[in-house]
Design a protein around this ligand. Sequence first.
Ligand code: PLP
Length: 396
Amino acid sequence: MMFSHIDAAPADPILGLTEAFKADKRTDKVNLGVGIYKDETGKTPILESVKLAEQKLVALEETKSYLGIEGVAKYNLAVQTLLFGKESSIISQKRAATAQAPGGTGALRVAAEFLVAQTPNKTIWVSNPTWANHNNIFQTAGLTVKQYSYYDAASHGLDFEAMVADLSSAKAGDVVLLHGCCHNPTGIDLNLEQWQVIGQLCLEKQLLPLFDFAYQGFGVGVEEDAQGIRTIANMVPELLVANSFSKNFGLYNERIGGVTLVAADQQTATKAFSQVKKLIRANYSNPPAHGALVVSTILEDEALTKLWLSELTAMRERIATMRTLFVDTLKAEGVKTDFSFIAEQCGMFSFSGLNKDQVAKLKEEFGVYIVGSGRISVAGMTKENMPVICKAIAQV
Ligand code: PLP
């Protein structure tokens, strides 16, 4: 017997929180744990643009035959256009190659396996803190994970000096994971000058940037949020991007993302990408079609693209409104701590600064669920649950 000796794996901290939330019998409970967009009524709706694209697909789809290893070609080009911009020379010079992947997670895993197989140091630097699954994915694939400073608890902002100092100690050939926008979990992004400094550092120290881009359009806008990727892509010869459409198209369970490799020239990109394809073939062979067809159907149709952009704007603006309302309601509840930094952060998450004890109390005494680090999913807030949340925070 081999299985009887196996220890139980620890539950995923965020998904475990959802389980506990579901089991909670209180009617005024609030889940601010998991990173899923919710509308004002607390639902995660299917976008209208997605529904229309799906109707079109059902009417026109002719086969369920396999896709190629890299997925739907027009989808992959659409990914590159979103990442680098319509006029990008990276696209016209064919320096980029994209493989459709099962979600951002699948894209990160493919990228990680490629890095293990093809980079000299097999070492990746991630921000402190970062999305917990980064460590999990990279370590499982066989990379050594190191941390660079990022969050400054005292100012609730970015410790850019420490970030640069830490990355300056990286070795040539190391990989640096960067959050394209809407940093998870802190909600704090680099500005243009800071991106330029990091680009220069990668260039001088020969570090390979790997962008995780899971929230394009949730920060400032679709084009604006690509500023970091585009700035660095214009400075360095090589990079990788793992993007996800789970959030900005609301396609969570369709598992749709992409892994994009950029090289110095087309020939190098094609050769290196053949190794990515080899890894995919040995992993899931080829990706599922539906999510990619939905995204490319929307992006190749002007009216559907317009509708999608307006729906994305509505999601982004609702979150921004909740940030301001949260800060104002806390003030109105008499909370002395200054939470105004929350209104300045962007994306779905904020680092609230609430400590482990406060987080535990919020859950046990008030039914308000937040992950242990104090990360709050702002997308889970509504006008209705705001008083419950803020009264509870005022009490702890
Ligand atoms: N990267 C970050 C920073 C995320 O927050 C997420 C999702 O929560 C992902 C990647 C993965 O997204 P997907 O659900 O597409 O795998």
